[in-house]
Design a protein around this ligand. Structure first.
Ligand code: ZN
Length: 317
């Protein structure tokens, strides 16, 4: 049985796991990200975990890294990962020297898309798109069973570009991206603006009762009770996302569209809102051509994807 160690590295912690080639997750643990000493600290903690669980480094065929930010998988260099403090960092070379293993690197949102692809239950699916709806918006695309990274590796940046909204400017420097409105950050701004400007609305009353500004987790019960005011606020925030999804459906005709990230904790009611919004801007003949659903793997998808990426590159699957 071949085994891959995966490290899904984020600014605060790294999600680590050991996978077998039959997709079994044999071991899973988290390591705090020590910004000034990221790789050596990872190696020390991982070594402890392996030893503590009766595993040896010699059992690990290779290491798959899922990384935030822009990276060049041909040269193995992280061009920019601001929350890790890395700029033009030769991660593959550094990690190979330190771990003495073959290293595979992949963008974390792309890894999540691959993870969902590896885990899909319907084997007739050969194309899918993944949207991560967290503090920002990222994505990944699988076309013809392959990860599509584009001409220069930037494919799947669903959060940016275009003219989808006029509400909030984007941190990328553009004005009308979907990210500043349809992300958790944007939706949270909208619900609090409603609560503040309309104290007699259901959101206003909720904020008054809780005595603090609202998070998305606070509005779940309003949604479950089909509160129309709350649904209307979410529709405003999610409309740019729905327009983006509709455009993607016309452009690539994906069989499956998966939504992941913090926003999707709002559950089935959120899915209903997004589905209805997508239907409003998509021809009826296309409604049955795609399945739109919330990720079951959620924040584990990146680990599955990094493992699949390494196994595939080693021709072990
Ligand atoms: Zn942007």
């Amino acid at each position: 049985m071949n085994k891959i160690l995966v490290i899904d590295l984020g600014g605060t912690s790294a999600k680590c796991a050991v996978f077998a080639d039959n997709k079994a997750m044999l071991l899973e643990f988290k390591v705090k990200t020590e910004i000034t000493n990221i790789l050596p600290n990872l190696k020390a903690v991982i070594s402890e975990q392996l030893t503590g669980n009766g595993m040896l480094w010699t059992e690990i065929s290779a290491i798959g890294f899922a990384l935030p930010g822009f990276l060049d998988d041909k040269t193995g260099v992280v061009t920019l990962a601001s929350n890790l403090g890395w700029k033009d960092f030769p991660i593959r070379q550094e990690a190979e020297a330190l771990f003495q293993k073959q290293i595979f690197i992949i963008n974390d949102a792309n890894a999540a898309a691959l993870g969902e692809f590896w885990n899909k239950t319907d084997q007739t699916i050969h194309s899918l798109a993944l949207y991560t709806l967290g503090t920002g918006i990222g994505g990944g695309l699988i076309l013809n069973d392959q990860l599509w990274t584009g001409a220069t590796g930037y494919a799947g940046e669903f959060g940016h570009g275009g003219n989808f909204q006029n509400e909030f400017p984007c941190s990328c420097g553009l004005e009308h991206c979907i990210e500043p409105l349809s992300s958790a950050t944007g939706l949270t701004k909208l619900i609090n603006r409603k609560a503040r400007t309309e104290p007699n609305s259901s959101l206003g009353k909720l904020a008054h009762r809780l005595r603090h500004s609202l998070g998305l987790g606070n509005i779940k019960s309003l949604l479950e009770n089909h509160d129309q005011e709350t649904i209307a606020v979410l529709e405003k925030g999610l409309e740019p996302l729905a327009q983006h999804i509709a455009t993607l459906i016309y452009v690539i005709n994906p069989a499956l569209i998966i939504l992941a990230g913090g926003v999707t904790n709002l559950g089935p009611e959120l899915l209903t809102i997004i589905t209805n919004l997508v239907h409003r801007v998509t021809g009826k003949f296309l409604w049955k051509t795609f399945d739109l659903k919330i990720s079951a793997l959620q924040d584990k998808a990146g680990m599955y994807g990094a493992a699949y990426f390494a196994f595939k590159n080693l021709n072990l699957l």
